[in-house]
Design a protein around this ligand. Sequence first.
Ligand code: FAD
Length: 618
Amino acid sequence: MDNTRPFDVIVVGGGHAGCEAASASARIGAATALVTMAASNPGTMSCNPAIGGLGKGHLVREIDALGGLMGRAADESGIQFRMLNRRKGAAVRGPRTQADRKLYREAIGRLIDAQSGLLVIEGEVVDLLVEEGTCRGLILADGTHLRAASVVLTTGTFLGGVIHIGDQCYPAGRAGEAASNELAKRLRALGLATGRLKTGTPARLDGRTINWDAVGRQEADPEPVPFSLMTDRIDVPQIACGVTRTTMATHRIIRDNLRRSALFGGHIEGVGPRYCPSIEDKIERFGDRDGHQIFLEPEGLDDDTVYPNGLSTSLPEEVQAELIATIPGLENARILQPGYAIEYDYLDPRGLEETLQSRAMGGLFLAGQINGTTGYEEAAGQGLVAGINAAHRALGRSSQTFGRGDAYLGVMIDDLVTRGVSEPYRLFTSRAEFRLSLRADNADLRLTPLADRLGLIDADRRDRFTKLKTELDQARALLMERNLTPNEANRHGLTLNADGRRRSAYELLSRPTIDLQILSTVWPELRAIDRKAAELVDIEAAYAVYTERQKSDIASLDRDKAISLPEEIDFQTIAGLSTELVEKLKNFKPRSIAEAAKIEGMTPAALGLLIAFTRRHG
Ligand code: FAD
C-alpha cells in the first residue's frame, strides 16, 4: 500500500531523540510524521526517572534555548530539583530533577499533540525505501509505504534488542515492549556499520514495603530552579529520596553468584556503560569499600514504585531478591519488576556527517541511542540537531551544525562522528575544552538568537528572551558605568590592591569575595536589577577574563585547524610528543591540525608542537 501523501520528514521512534527531532522539524515548518510502535509511548523513560545532572543538565538547557521540549516537560514533572555542584563554579553546576514518570510522559505528549504540522502514526517500521542509494521513505509492518525527503531513525535500544536476566534471555526493546528485529536485519543488509552495546537497569521496588525510617533522606533544593526560560516557577510538589548502602553481605552474595550474572556469564557480547556500571561491575572493579550508595527514588507522586539508583543488575531474579534484602531499609522490600540488562545494535556514528545525516545514504539521519550514546539528554540533543537538518534538507535550506566552542551539542556530535564509540557514550563537562564559556546559565544567550533565525521558537519565547537580554544589557551598562579607586573601595570595607587604579563595578565582580549584593551596599540603585539578570551578570562578570581568553583560543583553534600536515611526517622526530601520541598519530595519519585535534588523548600542548613543527618544515 503506497501512502501517496509524502511528508517532508518522517521520524521513527517516539523516545527522547524522536520527540525532539519531530518537534524541531515541525517547528521549522516541515510537514512531519512521527512513527512509533505505540502512540502512547512518546517520552517514556526506559530507565532512571530523572532529567539533567552534570553535563546532561547543560544539554537540557541548550535544548530548551533552541525551543526544545525536554526542559519544559521536566519543569512540569520534576519532583526533586537539585542543583548539583552548587558550591563549585557556575561552569560545572549541573541542574537535575527527579521526574514523575507519568507526568513527564504526559507533558511530552501534550507538547507533541499541540505542535502543528506534526502527525503521530502508530506502527512498526520494518524497512527503508531506498532509491539510487538515497533514503526516500519507509515501509511499515502492515505494508504501508510512507514517503519523505528525509527520514530520521531514533530507535533507541530496540534494534535487535535482547533482554538478559541471569541465564534467561528473550528479544525485547525494553521491558514489556517488542524488539525491532526486521529493521535491524535490513540495516545490517544495507551495509551500514553496526555493533552491539549493552546497558542495564535495577529492579523496581514497592515503596510501601521499604522501611523509610531506617534510611537517610536527601531533600530537594528549597528553591527549585527551573530548566526552561519559559517556566516562572516550579509548581509540582517536591519530595525527598531515601539513601542507603550495600553491605558486606550484599557483596558476598554478588561475588558468590557472579558467574550467574548475564554480564559476567559470557551471555552478552556488547560493551556496557562504564559510567553507569552494574552493581556486579562495581563490586568487581571497586571492591567492598564501605558499601556502595543507593538512592531510593520514588517514580511518581501517586506511584509507589521506587527506583533504587545504583543497583543496576542482570543477576537471576532470586539472587536479586536475596541481595536486596541485605540492604538496610530494604529487608522486606517487594520486587515489582526485576532488574535486567539489554543488548542492542547501534550504528557506528563515524558513518555520519555533523548534521547526523548518513554519509553512505543521503536522506537518512540517525539520532539517540542508535548512535551508541546513553541517556535521555544525549538522545534529545542529537534528535534536535537531526530534526533541524532533516527539515532543512527537505526544505532546500543549508545545513546547521554546532562547533565545539558553541555548545555541548557540538562537543557531543563532534566526539561521536570523529572518534566513534567503544562503549555507550555519555556527556561530561570534562569533554568540553571551552567549558567556562559553555555554561548552563548562558545557554539562552548562546543559542536562542540562532533558534529565532532558524524559526525554532515561538513569539512567547522571543519576547521573554528579548526582555531578559535587555535587562542584562542594562545591568551590564549600570555596572560598567560605576567605578571606584582602591581608597574609595576601602571606605566601603572592600580591600583592593593599592595601585590607585579605578575599577568598574563589573570588573570588581570578577573577585571571588565580591558579588552583586555586596556592591549594592556601595550603589543601592543596583538593587533594582531584575533577579534573573542579576544572577546572569554576576556569573558573566566573574568569568569574563577567562571567557575572553577562551574566545581567542576558539578563534586561533579555528585558524590553526586549516593548517595541513606534510604527507610524509615522522612524528617520532617531534620532540616533546608522548610515545602514546606518536603511536596514535602514526596510525591515524592526520592530514590537518583539525584531524589531529580529534585524536583521542590529543592535548593543546601536543597540537602546539605539531603546529610549530609544520610551520618550520611545511
Ligand atoms: P528510546 O527512548 O529507546 O526510544 C526509542 C523509540 O523508538 C521508542 O518509542 C520505540 O517504540 C521506537 N521504535 C523502535 N523501533 C521502532 C520501529 N522499528 N518502528 C517504530 N518505532 C520504533 N540511560 C542512562 O543515562 N543511564 C542508564 O543507566 C540507562 N539505563 C538504561 C537501561 C535500560 C534497560 C534501557 C532500555 C535504557 C537505559 N538508558 C540509560 C538509556 C536511555 O533509556 C536511553 O538512552 C534513551 O531513552 C534513548 O533515547 P532514544 O530516543 O534514543 O530511544
